[in-house]
Design a protein around this ligand. Structure first.
Ligand code: ARG
Length: 472
């Protein structure tokens, strides 16, 4: 019974229990194998709780000090690698409490006054997630910065723009890259919004109904940096909405990363040849000596399934649960931990890829936009500018494209007189107007790919990102 929290058959439970757990069930029941991740937060939460018990007069200030010192001693043991709980500890909360009792004796047994593991685990999880989300914010900005830096190098580089993966209209490469910067910005703001609901304190809800112990929930909440406390004790111990919301926000990050990854994979292929992968971020084949594989974006694309799966798993976990705490909730942790770790790793991998793992093949990109009919809309717009109704112009250009396809040439290969036979509005300036660069430059509408517009956007991003955090 040495080290037991309360007594009972094997030292864990109250004397209500006469027999210890079946060895398989002991393993099945335990979360210590993964919830030790919450150790720092468990210590932080317990320290705030102990201080509050002292200042509310529930325990003496001296006892509170002893508890705080004991908890800090466990933190030091953890840093030194000597705090090594085992299966019998069941979870991180019991492991800490047991160690505290072993260190302090009877005073240690006062820590759990006025709380339950139900509000404790909810507090730990929110503290943990809040910290991790703040780290994610910096990671997202790093990737945004890497994309903006590439965009800055390619303010005048062209890239074919696609719809349905068919050549549509030429673009400025910077414009294409900034589209992802925008997505990541929404992801960042979405995470900030989720954080406001993560940062609410359940501590003091106790098992489900509150406690007769005269605690001060607002003190612990403030001490731990929470913005507010849960108003309803039942809701406090059974809310896992915040885990679902985080996983949903993380899933969108992953979806965005996966789209970018998919483009890089295509761009690196022999068919596109838009980027060259550096040796630092690509791998070879064990069989085919000529190969250089885009493993990094492929893994990012592949790892989406894990995060989307965790979102689904968490939703399914909570959907049929009666109030209040149910052990099902223990399943939230591995899902949340892995959703976070996977998302974070993928953001970092993509940041490294854009920082030093790929190079855009400028010449190839600029010539790619010369080889197609992606200036066809601009011929129609040329006529529109000269008074021809759009639909009529559209029909006419469609016929010209067909003729070019039959003759195996491009729009720019037709002579001015050939154009003028088709419509008297065509003039000598047509050829210049059809050059891909002119076509891009002309798209000056707000949010368009026109070089001047993209310059404005890029300058805004450089200022915004460098203003919030210096470029590393
Ligand atoms: N390990 C548990 C969990 O992760 C801690 C809370 C246990 N509470 C209980 N009433 N059994 O959810």
């Amino acid at each position: 019974m040495a080290g037991g929290v309360t007594g009972g058959a094997d030292g864990t439970w109250s004397d209500r229990f006469e027999q210890g757990l079946h060895p398989f069930i002991e393993v099945f029941n335990a979360s210590i194998g993964f919830d030790l991740t919450l150790l720092q937060e468990d210590l932080d939460g317990s320290i705030a709780h102990a201080r509050m018990l002292g200042s509310c007069g529930v325990i003496s200030v001296d006892e509170a000090d002893q508890l705080v010192q004991g908890l800090e001693a466990i933190r030091s043991e953890a840093h030194a690698g000597t705090f090594q709980p085992g299966l019998a500890d069941e979870d991180v909360h019991f492991a800490v409490e047991r160690r505290l009792i072993a260190l302090l004796g009877p005073v240690g047994k006062k820590l759990h006054t006025g709380r339950s593991r139900n509000d404790q685990v909810g507090t730990d999880l929110r503290l943990w997630l809040r910290r991790r989300m703040d780290e994610l914010e910096g990671d997202l900005q790093r990737l945004q910065r890497a994309l903006v830096a590439q965009a800055d190098l390619h303010r005048r580089t062209m890239i074919p723009g696609y719809t349905h993966l068919q050549r549509a209209q030429p673009l400025c490469l910077a414009h294409h890259l900034l589209a992802y910067v925008e997505m990541l910005e929404r992801d960042r703001l979405r995470l900030q919004d989720v954080r406001s609901r993560v940062n609410i304190c359940p501590l003091g809800a106790a098992a489900l109904a509150g406690t007769p112990v005269p605690i001060d929930r607002r003190q612990t909440a403030k001490d731990l940096g929470f913005d507010a406390i849960y108003a309803n004790s039942l809701d406090a111990v059974s809310d896992r909405d915040f885990c679902v919301e985080f996983s949903a926000a993380a899933s969108l990050v992953m979806a965005h990363l996966s789209r970018l990854a998919e483009e890089v994979i295509a761009w690196a292929s022999e068919e596109f040849r838009f980027v060259r992968l550096s040796d630092r971020c690509a791998t070879g084949s064990s069989l085919m000596p000529q190969k250089k594989n885009p493993d990094v974006p492929e893994l990012v694309r592949g790892k989406c399934g894990r995060v989307f799966g965790h979102l689904q798993g968490l939703l399914t976990m909570i959907k049929g649960l009666p109030l209040a705490y149910n052990k099902d909730f223990q399943e939230d942790k591995e899902a949340l931990f892995d959703a976070f770790r996977t998302t974070r790793d993928c953001i970092e991998a993509m940041a490294i890829l854009f920082e030093e793992g790929l190079e855009f093949r400028t010449e190839r990109l600029n010539s790619a936009v010369e080889q197609d009919f992606s200036n066809a809309t601009d011929v129609a717009d040329y006529l529109v500018a000269r008074g021809v109704p759009f639909r009529e112009a559209y029909q006419l250009v469609g016929a010209v494209v067909r003729r070019c396809l039959d003759e195996g040439c491009l729009l720019r290969d037709l002579t001015l007189s050939a154009w003028q036979e088709l419509h008297p509005a065509f003039e000598a300036d047509l050829h210049d107007a059809l050059a891909p660069r002119a076509v891009v430059a002309a798209r000056r509408s707000e949010g368009g790919t026109g070089f001047d517009r993209v310059d404005e956007q890029l300058d805004g991003w450089l200022q915004h990102l460098n203003g919030t955090q210096p470029v590393g």
